[in-house]
Design a protein around this ligand. Sequence first.
Ligand SMILES: Cc1cc2nc3c(=O)[nH]c(=O)nc-3n(C[C@H](O)[C@H](O)[C@H](O)COP(=O)(O)O)c2cc1C
Ligand code: SF4
Length: 504
Amino acid sequence: MSSAITIPRPPGRTDVISERRDVDSFYHLSGCSLVGRACQGTACFVARHRNRQLWAEAVAQEPRVYCLGECFAAPSIYDENGDARPHMEVRSRHSVVLSRLTNGDVRSLQAYTAQGGYTVLEEALAKPSEKVIEAIETSGLRGRGGAGFPTGRKWRAVAQQPAGEKFIIANADEGDPGAYIDRFLLEDDPHALLEGMLLAAYAIGARKGRIYLRNEYPRAEDILRNAIAEAGSAGLLGKRVLGRDFVFDVDLVVGRGSYVCGEETALIRSIEGRRPHVMARPPFPTEHGLFGKPTLVNNVETLVSVPWIVARGGEAYRALGFSQSRGTKVVSLNSLFVRPGLYEIEFGMPVRQIVEDLGGGLRDRTIGGLIIGGPLAGVIPPHRFDTPFGFEELHNIGASVGHGGIVAFDEHTSIPELVHHVFSFGAYESCGECTPCRIGSRRIEEIFGRIVGLGTTSAKDFVELQQIVAALKMTSLCGHGGGLGEFADSVLCYYGDALEPCFA
Ligand SMILES: Cc1cc2nc3c(=O)[nH]c(=O)nc-3n(C[C@H](O)[C@H](O)[C@H](O)COP(=O)(O)O)c2cc1C
Ligand code: SF4
């Protein structure tokens, strides 16, 4: 006779092991060394003609590595002892982010304080925390992690939650192939991130912070651990920060190879040790975040901008930039440019100026277009280069500021191969929660794989492509699926002539 009740039992050893396997299997690089791994990112894809053999190795290897943050020297392979640093230049009236780095790194606490580091924190702690939030609200700063959400509004939302345990997370997952901004902020200016986190924590009432770092940046891991230890010894972290009644500690959490873990809900699950798929919102992390507590998630560059804003005031920051895009943004240019590197610009600079004046155009080829803000945004052709670099302005032409990665491709780049590359990345990195992203992106990868191999495919495939793109845009739970749809849309819009003959 079956019983009407079920007695809850504690998980047995087998349950715990299978749960751990379930979590581990999500990540691509669990327990994998990066040594000798070739990069399969978008900057390496567009530069593959420079080293065909390396590219062949990259696409053959499993697990794949999608971006090592070496786009300025692509195609690239992980080198344990490599210490290449990109060219860095400030092209704005004031430098908010890069000025300390243009003459070398400021890794040590001594180097950072010699340049005035942590004085803003000391001054801010002497005033009410409200002043810090007000400065960020006035500044018009918008998140640099991709979505461009107003930072002050997010901080206010966490600050308004009832007093109690709150967290702040620095998102150092920088997964967008083509972007290497955060990598060099982390490696060369780690105390600026810690100072930004301390100011944010003071403003919102958080006592604990986490830095979630992708494991494709191992050098940043050592540097951050050292910076955290230095700050702790100097009384900048811990029970009484700078002798004040303010407690704050930071832990470093290292990812295991998953692009989608950069998405904030997946990132939070990853830190909690759970299978890191994306969660529906609401509730937003600002109310129900890490371990169910109110949590502020901000990108590295967003947080690094904070000390400058608090020191000089929100109005000074607001005076930079244009329209709804205030302040400065660091953009990263890939190796096909004559002058690849990191450039701090003011919003509003025309894309053409970035390409021609900063980057110097392409080295020995004619430009075919740009992938701005990561592959999950949009591709723009040369006739759109007069568009100003701004959130709304790029969005209006089907592109995005995204993370600030700018990958130029030349006129010989095959558009079907580019679409195949992006959807192969998209399918590989999908968390699997939504059907169009899990299955649809794989279908599009197959369709374009056929075109790359045979030159054409059926007209029926074009109908299916359009249906999948519509579903990706309408039903995706996060920007991964939605961004794939937008990428496909922009390619169809601007490079339709190259694609039409492929669907016979
Ligand atoms: C698939 C996906 C990947 C993301 N990856 C990153 C990332 O690597 N770094 C980042 O800062 N934000 C990333 N984001 C955005 C985060 O979800 C979040 O909006 C951001 O960290 C918030 O910080 P911000 O307001 O300072 O931009 C990603 C979003 C999506 C949908
Ligand atoms: S769109 Fe893709 S990555 Fe995002 S939640 Fe859905 S399946 Fe996961």
